[in-house]
Ligand binder design. Sequence first.
Ligand code: FES
Ligand code: FES
Length: 155
Amino acid sequence: MKSQITLTVNGERHTLEIDSRRTLLDLLRNDLEFAGTHRGCDSGECGACTVHMNGIPVPSCMLLAADCDNTEILTVEGLQPEGDLHPVQRELIEKGGIQCGFCTPGVVMSAVALLDENPNPSEAEVREALAGNLCRCTGYAKIIEAVMSAVEDSG
Ligand code: FES
Ligand code: FES
């Protein structure tokens, strides 16, 4: 079955006819070519596919695109004007919070959602916000350090 949806992705409005079983992740990566949103587990476990829907971080692999009609989606590509880095991205690079980078877009989107809601979180709040983002490389300490530095940068 097909559905027609209209949604805004990174500030641009799209009207698309989609298979009703298609996920938001498929739509973003395959139809709209926002490949910065990564497919890890495809089952809601790893956080690699995290995007913002109406300002809330969500796992895009777990959402049907048909249920995203009239929503505002933000992916990592839409965070900053092209060529600029968000303070969280800058600190992840500086503090060594990126190794293979596979988890990074999801980590960034979860961290930015937290900072948008709470610009001065405690380390415990950062850890809680990132609890759904799995990283196989860094051991998390450098990721947490980077987000705390981004908090200090903006303070
Ligand atoms: S790919 Fe969506 S949570 Fe892992
Ligand atoms: S940097 Fe490799 S999974 Fe996180």
